[in-house]
Write a protein of this length. Sequence first.
Lengths: 382, 337, 311
Amino acid sequence: MKRFFARVLNARQLDNFLPIVAALAAFVIGAGMLLLMGTNPLTAYRAMFSGAFGNQNALAETIVKAVPLLLIGLGICISFRAKVMNIGAEGQMIVGGLISVAFGLAVDWPGWLALPLGLLIGFLGGAAWGAIPGILKAYFNVNEILSTVMMNAIAVQLMNYLLGGPLMDPQQAQALGKLPETARLNEAYHLARLLPPTRLHAGVLIALALSFVVYVLLFHTTLGYRIRAVGFNPFASRYGGIRVPQQVVIALLLSGAFAGLAGAIQIYGLNYRMITDGSPTGFTGGAGFNGIVTALFGGLHPLGAIPASFFFGALLVGANAMQRVTQVPSSFVTVLNGMVVIFVVSAAIWKELRERQRRMAFATETSRLAELASVSETPPQG
Amino acid sequence: MSRFMKWLMPVALLALLLGACTGGQQKPAESSKPFRVAVVMPSSISDLAFSQSMYDALVGIQQEMGGPEKFEFVYSENMFKVDDAAAAIRDYASQGYDLVIAHGSQYGTSLREIAPNFPNTAFAHGTTNRTFVDEGVKNVYAYEAASNEGGYVNGVMAAKLTKSKIVGIVGPIDVGDAKLYIEGFEKGVRETDPSIQILKVFTGSFGDVALAREAADAHIAAGADVLIGTGQMVVGAIAAVDEQGGKVLWIGTQANQTKLAPKVIVANQVYDWKVVLRDIIAKIKKGQLGGEALLITLKNGGLRMEFNENFSRLGEAKPAAEAAIQGIINGTINAVP
Amino acid sequence: MDTSQLLSATVLVGILTAGIRLASPYLFAAIGEMFGQRSGVLNLGVEGQMLMGAFTAFYVTLRTGNPWLGLLAAMAVGALMGLAMAVVSVTWRAVQGISGIGFYIVGMGLSELLFKTLLGEVKVINTGFNAVNIPLLSQIPVLGEIFFRQNVMTYLAFTLVPVAWFVLYKTPLGLKIRAVGENPHAADTLGVNVAHIRYLTVTMGGVFSAMAGAALSVANLNVFQENMTAGMGFIAVALVYFGGWRPFGVLFGALLFSMVMALQIFMQVYRVPVPSEFLIMMPYVLTMIVLVLTVGRVRAPAALTKPFVRE
């Protein structure tokens, strides 16, 4: 019986639940904080769950939230696999959004042409913004963390300038309070809504399809092999005939492209115009950072990013619902999100330890079996 | 597939399961019927600026109407992400609140989409003048502040108080309410004394307190002796002004900032959304759910100048300020930039 | 005020004074981060540690009236946060980029939560570290005004640079830190406790980041507001790369960035006819350009972001 339990507890399948256990641990600490603030944790967490999954609309909002996280996460999978720390998704998403919305407002074409072109242009805009730190890293030895942090700040100012001036909605420019937002895109350019009246839009299908594309790209093409090889060991790759700088540029370029597409989809699928509020995350909503977390939660695997983005979308959407029901300060929700990140990322060590334990258990098991085998040859004494 | 996939699948499954168990939204209690308001705000209720002005107004209305039994309100703060705000607005609407306030101009697009789905709920949206009534939406009130009026008055005071004939402005980004206020201020200064130089610095965000401080210092170094500013980050500028020990003055807006630096703050333009809220609530009770744009102004009392009566040189500025207020109220002064 | 006056002596003094003051929080945070990276740990949570430091220093100073107590409390809180980061990234070997982001989010949320529950509103203190005129030195024309009329935290920040250089290159501890960051296995064979060194540097990084926050809340500004660091922590991490993991390189980067930031403010004051958004971009753009033009063959510590497992 004891051995049965030991075997169940050591089962490899249980490893998959470790992140959940870790997330629960964060929630337990959160519960303590809620009690300190005089709020019933059960009420709070119930509100969180029903806010994220409770009804059709909640579920739709969770998925809507997950779409940019997934897209950015896909890009991060590519760049981090090449050992390139792209923390510039914020800026790449902004530039993708800016270019795609400028295109959508400028042309007067049929929707079947303008919509895919608009998304493609967002994709290319993000790619261009991502290629800059790529080139700087590959050919000028400028570290990508530095350049992407700087490029984020530059993109924000570019957005503030364009939305406050050249791209501003002409109606706003006339009004008393001039809001930093563009005009609304032509009705024909909008991505389809899948489940009205919810805001679930066809962007989710694009993101899911691209997850498979990136999976194939990374694991079943030469390009993907090269990117992974560079990340695995740049020196060996070079001797193996791979042009390392080129792969670095491609990795950052692709990574930026997905962030740019995320920006375009936020506009063509959700708001139909580009809006900010003057804060650095006014347009992105912090998706650039959350996308990194999403990708790493998904094990830097394009298909792992799907459930990871869903989980994160749920966490973010549910947390806001919790604020609405219990009126805890929104900063508590921030703390909880951060703790979930830390705990889940720390959980990887348990998996490692369990693996080692299993190996040891396996070793003792085999030696015991061997012992038994040898014993059975000579009948037991007394 | 891969092991990465495997360890994340259960997360999603468990989440779905738990979600399925919790079930749908609960209906609000029907026993006693207070007027129920929900508000969604972009920054924190303690920002000493935009969001706090709405929060304070709701607290005030609650007292006027006789406490939580008569008037109940809930809020979502720091909803600076438009998508989060949209989710909150929709959720509040589906919970049957009498009035859902979207207190952020950037929420307009979302509201335009949500409001028609809840034709029996009244919405209010600020700061803007768009009610979408021209697009067939009948349940949205719009409200905004004529912050240029207080800006104008502050400009008059600054012109009266400056000895160096140089005044400085610390702004966040050059759009929206900040732009309106700043342009009103510039007009007030110019129409009082065209020889005065107006310096302007934008910090590029609402949050960078350190940069706001340096902007104020740069103004002071260039000779400015009266400063104004708008946005949450101006506390840094106020601290820099305070350090000058009275040589440089500050005039505030959006909330009463006097207690931050009682020696150097002359006056504040204060937003009192109660004026708009009273109006909207009365109309909703009569059955009108929207379709009107409202404005707080000096005339209707929604904008108020609160002078710092302990400020030593107030006498030099207050008469001119009061004259300007009267002029704006009776229409002899046009404060629109 | 017109653009031609931008080159006058008073303006230059103003820019330099402001640049030095702006540089001090970057210096604290970046030097702290540099030690961590030199030993092989990337901490992206600097921003969160700064915010916690800023709040703690402000709150304790407000309650006690003593900025030194505030600074000490901030350092203690920073040490705790650094220690937590060390546990997660050294002992539990978590992915460093992501755990750092986790600590950034926690620090941002927690500082705001504490601000809301303990203070509830923006307050200004007048008992912070005020500007101190250094006797004699502050009387030197121009230079005295720029360098020797700053606040204590600024002096501390600039003193930290040579001290950090000395520790890193001239002491056994510095040698161990560099060894652990370059080749932890070799260091381990030579009897250096890799984990201990990394715990030390990451904890120290937390202390310095918290001091950076304190330099804002009780020295440069005397005020605390939610999320007041506005991305400075991330710039500080970038400056470590800019400086090529060397204290004086970091100093150069911090000064360059802050000076250009101060310059762009003065350019707005003196009405340079360019939209403000483009002026605000200047420090970010120039930092990258300078790096492209000057960069040598600086190589990151070989073991950066790699957890150590004894084989």
